[in-house]
Design a protein around this ligand. Structure first.
Ligand SMILES: Nc1ncnc2c1ncn2[C@@H]1O[C@H](COP(=O)(O)OP(=O)(O)OP(=O)(O)O)[C@@H](O)[C@H]1O
Ligand SMILES: Nc1ncnc2c1ncn2[C@@H]1O[C@H](COP(=O)(O)OP(=O)(O)OP(=O)(O)O)[C@@H](O)[C@H]1O
Length: 563
């Protein structure tokens, strides 16, 4: 159904092809997973299926890509739209209408489907993806995960033969991700839909794949095979495979169920051993941030003069009885939360639970309708942005919101100036987190993971005592995630307080001292990470599920205990 014949893509200005020798076929009615490290060219390969690469992105494509027999060189993306439905990494950039219902209907309207068919499919899709409560909502007011579900729904309604999905579950909570993947599997099995999907969180998707196409390194030819075969040699693999490799299981189990069947001897070996503490308690608090002085603002908000800070608080963040209304939605109610210096807190919960709203309140982007918020000695929504930047930094869910320069180098230089840091600080952080990003590339042309890493480096440059990250692992491979975890652990050990809103249960297990679960705008659990996540089938990491009832959370802990 999809055929790549010796394809290479070279972007304008690049000396080497981004991908080369790509040669594989996705048969009709199969789900093929495209895996590989950040920035390796997965989005490039996916873009070539619908003709976006090179028709929209520029660059040169050599070789041949055909979809349902149509050559993408001679068929423009518009002429492929009846067979290929594409969901990119950034749903916002795809939306053409204002409301959920209109967006679901739009693709069908362009194909000229009869109104009664459109109506039926919109209703079906609203139900299928749990969107019916949001049907008349403006898309711009939806949470990140809600938007991603709308983006997926909008390509499903025209019933395309081929679906191309770039990290389709990156903003979804674990249960929503399972639901969406179950829907896709049903389309593949029952309707013979062909799916090519890139995803970093292999733990979520590997069991659904018929085949895996692995791009091992930039410019290297892909490796193609059955999931277990490819996972045995892949540089990117889910924790259950990591555990299997460590324990020497062969063939490698890809599902929790299969791993549990093999795990009895490992559980016995671990029986008498202590679970190493991978999130050591915080050390000494950081020195207070320097006195306010003029800095250029990154926050596009009108600044107001700070009020006199009231009595000093021992907390890096202190939220009391907080309520926030956004339009007609009560996004938060009765929220109490304190975060101490050196503590890492993972904020988890369903899509739309209020996680981003809470982070926005901590950085002064939304005002409380009741209750109070403090970030160190500042009341965020009443503090001038230039003063706030040294007290609290947010890496937003959409990193683009933070980036405005034309090149990576200019972005980094601006970050150094804003933070009054030594020239080169931001650039050094970026290289440490994700090597290989060149200075003169436009942030717009970076891969998703690269862009996120740039935004993170910009924020880290100011070394704020309170660091907030909204879904910080989109587009990041396991190695980049491990480096991120290392850096965040280092910052926590130095006394920075970190709050991350995340659906990535594996990251929370690696990093968090505490997990706070939100539901419908309220805190429903707040406790040590191991206690909160292990108790929940949705939020338990893979290792915990395999080795239950003891609270092992990560492969690293098991490795350490065995050596
Ligand atoms: N339009 C473009 N112009 C120039 N370079 C580009 C363009 N689009 C992508 N690139 C570069 O091509 C490389 C591959 O990017 P791509 O987005 O395909 O990677 P990816 O594997 O999907 O990454 P991620 O996992 O982070 O989403 C990156 O180094 C990126 O900077
Ligand atoms: N500008 C807005 N206007 C109206 N409602 C909004 C607005 N922004 C967010 N909401 C609503 O507030 C609720 C909380 O949204 P929020 O973005 O905080 O959720 P979240 O937990 O971060 O979700 P996700 O996991 O999907 O990112 C959701 O129901 C969302 O639709």
């Amino acid at each position: 159904m999809i055929r790549f014949e010796d394809v290479s893509v070279t972007y304008d200005g690049a000396t080497e092809p981004t991908v080369r020798a790509v040669d594989f076929e996705v048969p009709e009615g199969e789900l093929v997973l495209l895996a590989g490290p950040s920035g390796v060219g997965k989005s490039t390969v996916l873009g070539a299926v619908g003709g976006l690469v090179p028709h929209f992105t520029g660059g040169t494509l050599r070789g041949r890509v055909t979809v349902a027999g149509r050559d993408t060189r001679t068929h423009k993306p518009r002429e492929l739209a009846d067979v290929v439905g594409t969901v990119g990494q950034d749903p916002l950039s795809h939306f053409v209408t204002d409301t959920v219902e209109d967006e679901l209907a739009y693709g069908m309207e362009s194909l000229g489907l009869p109104p009664d068919v459109m109506r039926r499919r919109v209703e079906e899709t609203l139900d299928l993806l749990g969107l019916s409560d949001l049907r008349s909502r403006p898309i711009a007011t939806l949470s990140g995960g809600q938007q991603q579900r709308v983006a997926i729904g909008s390509v499903l309604t025209p019933h395309p033969d081929v679906l191309v999905l770039d990290e389709p579950t990156s903003a979804l909570d674990p249960a929503a991700a399972e639901e969406v993947l179950a829907v896709l599997q049903r389309l593949v099995h029952d309707l013979g839909t062909t799916v090519l999907m890139a995803e970093h969180r292999l733990e979520r998707v590997i069991q659904y794949a018929d085949q895996v196409v692995l791009l091992p390194a930039p410019g290297e030819a892909p490796l193609i095979g059955a999931p277990a075969e490819v996972m045995a040699v892949s540089p990117v693999y889910p924790p259950v495979v990591g555990l299997g490799r460590l324990a020497g299981w062969s063939p490698l189990p890809l599902t929790i169920r299969n791993a549990r069947r093999r795990a009895a001897p490992l559980r016995e070996r671990l029986a008498g051993r202590e679970i190493p503490d991978h999130t050591p308690p915080p050390s000494a608090p950081l020195p207070a941030p320097p006195a306010p002085r003029p800095v250029t603002s990154r926050w596009r908000r009108r600044g107001k003069r700070p009020e006199n800070p009231s009595a000093p608080t021992p907390y890096a963040a202190e939220v009391r009885s907080l309520a926030v209304r956004r339009d007609r939605v009560q996004a938060l109610r009765h929220v109490d939360l304190t975060v101490s210096p050196g503590e890492t807190v993972a904020l988890m919960g369903r899509n739309g639970a209020g996680k981003s709203t809470l982070l926005s309140a901590l950085v002064g982007l939304v005002e409380p309708s009741a209750g109070s918020v403090r970030a160190g000695d500042a009341v965020p929504h009443r503090t001038a942005p230039r003063d706030l930047v040294r007290r609290v930094g947010l890496v937003p869910q959409e990193p683009r919101d933070l980036l405005y320069a034309d090149t990576v180098a200019a972005e980094c230089a601006a970050a150094d100036r804003d933070a009054d840091a030594a020239p080169g600080t931001c650039r050094a952080l970026l290289s440490e987190l994700l090597p290989g990003i060149t200075d003169d590339i436009h942030p717009r042309d970076l891969s998703e993971g690269q862009r996120l890493t740039l935004a993170l480096s910009v924020v880290l440059t100011a070394r704020p005592p309170l660091l907030l990250l909204d879904e910080p692992t989109r587009g990041l491979d396991y190695a980049a995630k491990a480096r991120l975890a290392g850096i965040l652990r280092g910052l926590a050990a130095e006394g920075h307080a970190i709050v991350l809103a995340t659906h990535d249960v594996e990251l929370a297990a690696e990093l968090a001292h505490r997990v706070v679960l939100l539901a419908e705008g309220e805190v429903i659990a707040d406790g040590p990470a191991a206690d909160v996540v292990v108790a929940s089938p949705s939020y338990a990491p893979q290792v915990a599920k395999v080795l239950a009832p003891r609270k092992w959370l990560t492969v690293a802990q098991v490795r350490e205990a065995l050596t």
